[in-house]
Design a protein around this ligand. Structure first.
Ligand code: MRU
Length: 366
């Protein structure tokens, strides 16, 4: 995607080849700031503090984190430690663990001397693969948007509701849920996006709105509780979200509040689509509600809000009374029965075990 007209990814190898560059997403939308990650600890901190976030991007950062660790020490013990440190950063998105496993399978059998360069190359490949996957997913999702536009009789705007940020900032490029939206906009479909603010961290208000704005996609930020009302009044043609972990049966973990949108969509006959790259599928899990680990983050993310003051200064203020406790659940699980279809890089399928296995037959029997 482009930032101020300049093509950009969310993660890259710095020109000197000695560090990894990222966009510091904790500074958006108020400032566009990039940062260098030069050590395992810096990579782990970037994921934990959500300087990088979004399931595919934290996987890509973890892969580069392994390289940063091995360039100091490429022993078996150092590889195991890197996997442990990075694997402990965030629990819900399975892409993180998938990327670490990809790195382990490649690196463990190699002689120690070959590991650093192999790790660097594989991390770069995983990034390129993510871009290709997301672009392919966008093409499949675009067909669903075009069909919705036809069903609507090509009248007015195509109204899409999204939650959190599943755009290019959440991936290496293109995004998951927003990839079809970018393609639709570029193809001339009059798409308009209702952007859930996505408290407590405001990934919708701060990140999705920012990246849609950079690309010129018409959008409106709404408070998290508005979606049901809009759906009751025929103002949403479809919902389109991403996911951090989807079970083999099609249960979908995504940012907290996604489940409530899916319930409202079901009640109002609004299609609810989930876009996911295959590394987001956890083939080992069946019951998402019981088995997917749900991250709980520090309560200050809820009690405190950061924004830009009229003076231009960025400040953090407390919005809850001193002494009130805050519980900060970061994700919830939408059961497969509420999902109209899954959009993957191989096509669109029902949110069922049969549906997923029809697209990924190599997983049959596992
Ligand atoms: O806590 P975050 O900002 O990392 O959560 C991100 C999401 O919930 C996205 O919807 C998800 O990663 C899928 S999109 C690539």
């Amino acid at each position: 995607m482009k930032v101020q007209g300049r093509p950009m990814r969310t993660i890259w190898l710095e020109p000197d080849g000695q560090a990894v560059g990222i966009i510091d997403q904790t500074r958006l939308p108020h400032a566009f700031v990039t940062a260098r990650l030069g050590t395992l600890e810096e990579a782990a901190h970037a994921i934990r503090a959500m300087r990088v976030r979004g399931a595919p991007l934290i996987g890509a950062t973890a892969a580069y984190g392994v390289w940063l660790a091995l360039r100091e020490d490429a022993s078996d013990a150092a590889l195991a430690r890197a996997r442990e440190v990075l694997g402990a950063t965030r629990p819900t998105a399975v892409n993180l663990h998938w990327a670490l496993e990809q790195m382990r399978q490649l690196l463990e059998p190699l002689p120690v001397s070959e590991r650093p360069s192999a790790a660097k190359q594989r991390a770069a490949e995983l990034c390129d693969e993510d871009v290709a996957i997301n672009r392919a997913m966008g093409g499949h999702g675009l067909k669903l948007l075009e069909a919705a536009w036809e069903r609507k009789g090509r009248q007015g705007r195509l109204e899409v509701l999204t939650h959190c940020n599943a755009g290019w900032l959440a991936t290496v490029d293109w995004g998951t849920a927003l990839s079809p939206i970018y393609l639709a906009h570029d193809a001339g479909l009059p798409v308009h996006v209702w952007v859930d603010e996505t408290r407590p961290r405001n990934q919708g208000a701060g990140l999705t709105a920012w990246e849609l704005g950079q690309h010129g996609v018409p959008h409106t930020v709404i408070a998290d509780n508005v979606g049901g009302h809009l759906m009751q009044h025929g103002q949403v043609d479809l919902c389109l979200v991403g996911t951090d972990r989807t079970t083999a049966h099609g249960d979908v973990a995504n940012k907290i509040g996604t489940y409530l949108k899916a319930l409202a969509a079901k009640d109002n006959g609004v299609p609810f689509y989930v876009a996911l790259p295959s590394p987001t599928i956890d083939w080992s899990l069946r019951d998402g509600v019981r088995e997917i680990p749900i991250e709980q983050r520090d309560g200050t993310e809820l009690s405190d809000v950061t924004g830009r003051l009229a003076s231009g200064e960025v400040a953090t203020v407390r919005v809850t009374p001193e002494g009130s406790a805050s519980a900060n659940y970061a994700f919830d699980v939408t059961p497969a029965r509420l999902v109209t279809a899954l959009i993957t890089e191989r096509g669109v399928c029902p949110a069922t075990e049969e549906g997923l296995r029809s697209l990924f037959p190599e997983r049959a029997g596992r």
